[in-house]
Ligand binder design. Structure first.
Ligand code: ADP
Length: 664
């Protein structure tokens, strides 16, 4: 009747520190602290002959001299006596404490990861983590996340669970120097967890979480910063009053801290990335604005120079002598070139800034394209190449902005001409399903495969590409791409080095892809204008004998150089820019015999044939550049002693040393 306890060895871990005293003691005294729970169950077995069964029942036991949270699955079964009544109870017992605690800890870690993983800011990561921590008020009766700020030497409250942020134990900030309420500085400095005992004496009434009594211990665990710039922090957790803070408990709290570190680190990486992207976008906007402003600033004075210049150039021969006319023609031509460049830059930045207003007009695109391409015929044929135009009717009007389409065609054909030294340039416009496809194909120098993906980036140029000239800014193709995009189209390229390239511009037919308010009515084909002339004039200047055609020969005064020589000395002058070539020739030709050529290879041939007294050469030239020419001259015994003077815009000390070392 007293329920004297008799038990096997395995049961010793259940009675814990009460063994061996408990052996032979009445159950009500062994289980004094939980008798209100188990007493009625024993009574049921003893008095009503009815067994009981409980699964994972929470029992606060004192097995080791302190009140402890435990979970047991157990049954009380009546044992019959000889008189047909109940003589005792047999109790089968399983300790579930570790399983239950392990499961809820795992669940918390899972919850924490799930909640905070897509946080986009550090604050958000802390807030979401705090919510996640509330899933386990048993092991975390209350918790606070503090983030450290190195600059202010303060820790700032970034999230709470189970405790109100206005609670005196949850200060909004704590100093990382002096005596703070919680040992945040110590945890940060040592990167070790710091246990705080005797909370009751320090804080009075603290939140109790899942229990009816507040934690008497807390722990401050460092949250490690991720990377060099990451934010460090400290997690402060009130501990379960019914558990010992042992290795398993501390491992759990440390796991939480590392999960927090990961979430904060991720959010920070995201924040950093976003601000980097934002900074880049801002830089890009600034660049666009800068180009736009600068282009404007260039355009005004250029226009003011070109206008009066044109007025002078139309004067009659008795008002303007031939020599001055020639000089001014050079100025005019280069002014036009500069203007074209500035206009392209301006146009490009206006497109980028979304300030371009296209007007899409129904156009007989085959005929228009043929007309545009044929503007280059003279230049192409003069270079000994063929221009093939194949633009059958598309079958319906194509909606394009005429000025933009003009620039697309002119840019592509002018590039084909620039980068093709012999063979053929073919321009075609074909219908493919619901698209019109412009193809400009050449038999030129081709483009290396690894350059193709970058080709349409603004200012990208292929290093060392063989062409008629080195002139260029790398903006043409970027502009073509933007213009094609404004037509809902795309541009693509295929190319093989040494064989040639083909550029395709594909734009949709119809109007469905265009903004309705920008569609214009039928207009007559605009005859091509000033823009086209600028392109062709420029192309003409890339031809080797451009000067003789474009600028009549003039004798120029000696500019202070007086010749005392009886026999005139011979100079070979190599420069790919025809105007520069003419200008220098003019300066020298009253005193010297000047043989002017357009590239290094030609200069080399002339040097071997003519044995000049001096070679005067540009550095950057197509086919063979200045340094290549110098090398060849020095390597050949017949020419190795000819003095070489290099002219370059690269006026630095380094360039000078490089030239001298190469034997200039
Ligand atoms: P630019 O001609 O002013 O350098 P682009 O944007 O028009 O600028 O062209 C970019 C680069 O692409 C050129 O520097 C050149 O190397 C290459 N490229 C363009 N068109 C051709 C072509 N038809 N054949 C070979 N290379 C080309």
């Amino acid at each position: 009747e007293e329920l004297i306890n008799l038990y096997n060895d395995a049961y010793k871990s259940i009675v814990g520190g009460k063994h061996p005293w408990a052996l032979g003691e009445p159950a009500s005294s062994v289980w004094r602290e939980i008798w209100d729970q188990v007493g009625p169950r024993a009574a049921s077995a003893m008095l009503s002959n009815e067994g009981t069964y409980d699964e994972a029942l929470l029992l606060i036991m004192e097995r080791h001299g302190y009140a402890e949270e435990t979970y047991y699955t157990f049954s009380y079964s009546p044992v019959p006596n000889d008189q047909g009544g109940t003589g005792g109870i047999i109790c089968a017992n399983t300790d579930d404490t570790q399983r239950i605690i392990g499961e809820r800890q795992l669940a918390l870690l899972r919850e924490l990861a799930a909640r905070a993983s897509d946080a986009r800011t550090v604050d958000d990561a802390c807030a979401r983590s705090s919510e996640g921590l509330s899933a386990n008020p048993s092991d975390l009766p209350f918790a606070m996340i503090y983030l450290a700020d190195r600059e202010t030497s303060q820790a700032t409250l970034a999230g709470t669970t189970g405790i109100d942020p206005s609670h005196p134990a949850a200060p909004a900030t704590m100093s990382l120097h002096g005596d703070a309420m919680w040992p945040v500085a110590e945890a940060l400095a040592t990167q070790e967890a710091v246990l705080i005992e005797d909370l009751g004496a320090k804080f009075g009434d603290l939140p109790t979480g899942a229990w009816e009594r507040p934690p008497h211990q807390a722990v401050a665990v460092p949250i490690a910063p991720s990377g060099m710039s990451g934010r460090a922090g400290v997690l402060i957790v009130g501990l379960n009053p019914y558990r010992i803070y042992d290795a398993s408990y501390s491992r759990f709290v440390e796991l939480i801290a590392s999960q927090l570190a990961a979430s904060i680190g991720n959010a920070q990486a995201y924040e950093d990335e976003r601000s980097r992207a934002e900074a880049l976008a801002q830089l890009d906007r600034a660049k666009t604005a800068f180009f736009s402003n600068v282009s404007h600033e260039f355009r005004t004075p250029l226009t003011l120079m070109l206008g009066p210049l044109e007025d002078v150039l139309v004067k009659t021969d008795d008002q303007l002598d031939a020599e001055n006319r020639d000089l001014l023609t050079v100025v005019h031509r280069n002014g036009q070139r500069l203007l074209k460049l500035v206009n392209t830059l301006l146009e490009f930045s206006r497109i980028e800034a979304g300030r371009v207003q296209a007007v899409y007009e129904p156009t007989e695109l085959g005929a228009y394209t043929a007309e545009l391409a044929s503007i280059f015929r003279a230049a192409i044929e003069k270079a000994g190449m063929r221009l093939v135009i194949d633009t059958p009717a598309v079958g319906e009007p194509v909606f394009v902005d005429r000025d933009m389409w003009e620039k697309i065609v002119l840019n592509l054909v002018s590039n084909a001409f620039k980068y093709t030294l012999d063979g053929e340039i073919a321009v075609s416009l074909q219908r493919e399903d619901r698209h019109a496809v412009l193809t400009v194909r050449d038999t030129g120098t081709g483009i290396p495969e690894d350059e193709l993906p970058k080709l349409f980036n603004r200012f990208h140029r292929v290093e060392g590409a063989r062409g008629r000239t080195h002139e260029g800014t790398g903006i043409g193709l970027a502009l073509v791409q933007e213009l094609a995009r404004l037509h809902g189209g795309v541009v693509s390229v295929e190319s093989e080095v040494g064989k040639g390239s083909a550029f395709h511009v594909t734009i949709p037919l119809g109007v469905a892809h265009l903004p309705a308010d920008r569609i214009g009515g039928v207009k007559a084909l605009a005859s091509t204008n000033v823009v086209a002339r600028a392109y062709v004039d420029e192309a003409m200047r890339w031809l080797p004998d451009a000067s003789t055609d474009a600028t009549p020969q003039v004798e120029v005064p000696t500019y202070g150089v007086t010749s005392r020589e009886t026999t005139r000395r011979k100079i070979i002058l190599a420069d790919d820019n025809a105007d520069m070539r003419d200008y220098v020739r003019r300066l020298l030709s009253s005193t010297y015999d000047v043989i002017a050529v357009g590239d290094g290879a030609e200069a080399l041939r002339e040097a071997i044939a003519e044995k000049p007294d001096l070679v005067l050469t540009d550095v950057m030239m197509p086919v063979l550049d200045g340094f290549g020419l110098l090398r060849e001259l020095r390597a050949n015994p017949e020419t190795s002693s000819i003095p070489v003077l290099m002219l370059s815009a690269r006026a630095g000390e380094e360039a000078r040393v490089e030239g001298l070392e190469a034997g200039a």
